[in-house]
Design a protein around this ligand. Structure first.
Ligand SMILES: Cc1ncc(COP(=O)(O)O)c(C=O)c1O
Length: 396
């Protein structure tokens, strides 16, 4: 099929919920993808922080192929080995004692919101209110758009859920002030990704932990975008010296296989009993073997060390570009989630980069260029991306 024909076919039959670029991608390998005409692109988006091992990772392909021939899906009324083994891997490498599996980030957060309410009902005398952060992003279900502290995602969907309050990110005094006798938890991202790659102060998460402990309420971290290695540690909270009570994951877990998870302690997990929450596809054998392959590759292939090393190199090259580009007001990042804040909207830059074979995206109010490449990229990949960016900045 020709690109033009595909675009009109898609526009005719697929609902109009995405503002798409006129680009149709046909295949990928490592940090590169190719369009239908065979043009190559360096992919600094990784399917929005999903394909951390790069496209077509052989171990993930093999795991899915082998499992597909054995057992693809059974219901959660039965036990399967891949699910138990992957849950053990997550627990052994995190603060958590128990895992709930689902299929996406929004679903993981939806589960977290329900779990916090049930815990409040059972253990906190009926407290149900959650504090979330302004400029946050937690998904597109009704509960998660309510949790998302950005009005633009909520317009037209009233009435939203009751029991949510918003505090400014990276402000402990305001958080403390927002807590009431109804509050059962605080839900936040360790780094606000969609909100513009906003990185809090070094002691912020520790401060949130202290506030939650003082009030006996739950600290809930949404690591859907930054979990599973993107910040250079397996989970972003590891840098903070404190543990959450609940953490959600999705995107990079399956390197492209749709999957999500909620991790929590035994104490909090006890609030969910059979019948309280479920997912038909959650933790299905096919997803679980993909996740195990991803997890093992992260450990075996030095992915975290590469993420830290290349992340530092990338940030430095962005800073050098900032020195002679007056449109750039800030560059920031941790590991391989990097942001470049601009005085102007970034959409034109994204389009021009695409024409030159580089895929990047924006976040925030559209004025932050976001780089979330596969964690396996090399210095040469960064150099190629920066050469293209430099060219584009010269043109605008
Ligand atoms: C921090 C965060 N939470 C939740 C979500 C929603 O995940 P999903 O699109 O898989 O539902 C996203 C997606 O971008 C995210 O970045």
């Amino acid at each position: 099929m020709e690109t033009k024909e595909l675009i009109s076919l898609s526009d005719k039959y697929v609902m109009n919920t995405y503002k798409r670029f006129p680009l149709a991608l046909a295949r990928g390998a490592g940090a590169r993808v190719w369009d239908m005409d065979g043009k190559e692109y360096l992919d600094m988006t990784a399917g929005i922080a999903v394909c951390s091992l790069g496209h077509a990772h052989p171990a993930v392909i093999a795991a899915i192929q082998q499992q597909a021939e054995v057992l693809m899906h059974v219901s959660n009324l039965y036990y399967t080995e891949p699910q138990a083994c992957y849950a053990r891997l997550l627990v052994e490498h995190s603060f958590a004692d128990k895992v709930f599996f689902c299929n996406s980030g929004a679903e993981a957060n939806e589960a977290a919101i329900k779990l916090a309410r049930k815990y409040g009902h059972d253990q906190l005398g009926g407290r149900y209110e959650l504090i979330t952060m302004k400029d946050s992003f937690h998904g597109r279900t009704m509960a998660t758009i309510t949790a998302t502290g950005q009005g633009k995602f909520q317009v037209g969907f009233a009435p939203l859920l009751e029991g949510f309050k918003y505090a400014p990110f990276n402000n402990l005094t305001a958080l403390e002030g927002a807590i009431s006798e109804k509050t059962c938890g605080v839900l936040l991202e360790p780094i606000q990704a969609e909100g513009g790659v906003r990185i809090p102060d070094a002691h912020y998460l520790k401060g949130v932990r202290e506030i939650c402990d003082r009030h006996g309420i739950l600290m809930m971290l949404d690591e859907v975008q930054v979990g599973m290695g993107r910040t250079g540690t397996l989970f972003a909270y590891e840098d903070s010296g404190v543990h959450p009570d609940i953490m959600t994951l999705a995107k990079a877990m399956g390197n492209g296989f749709p999957v999500g998870a909620l991790l929590t302690t035994d104490k909090v997990a006890a609030a969910f009993q059979p019948g309280n929450h479920a997912s038909t596809f959650g933790g299905t054998p096919l997803a679980m073997v993909a996740c195990i392959a991803v997890f093992e590759a992260i450990q075996a292939e030095g992915v975290l060390a590469n993420c830290r090393r290349i992340g530092a190199y990338f940030l430095n090259r962005l800073r050098l570009l900032q020195e002679y580009c007056p449109q750039i007001t800030d560059v920031r990042g941790r590991g391989l989630i990097l942001g470049m804040e601009l005085k102007i909207d970034g959409t034109e830059i994204v389009k021009k980069c695409m024409e030159k074979g580089l895929l990047i995206i924006t976040s925030g109010a559209g004025n932050v260029l976001r780089f979330v490449p596969p964690l396996i990229i090399t210095e040469q990949d960064v150099d190629q991306a920066l050469d293209i960016l430099e060219e584009v900045f010269k043109e605008i």
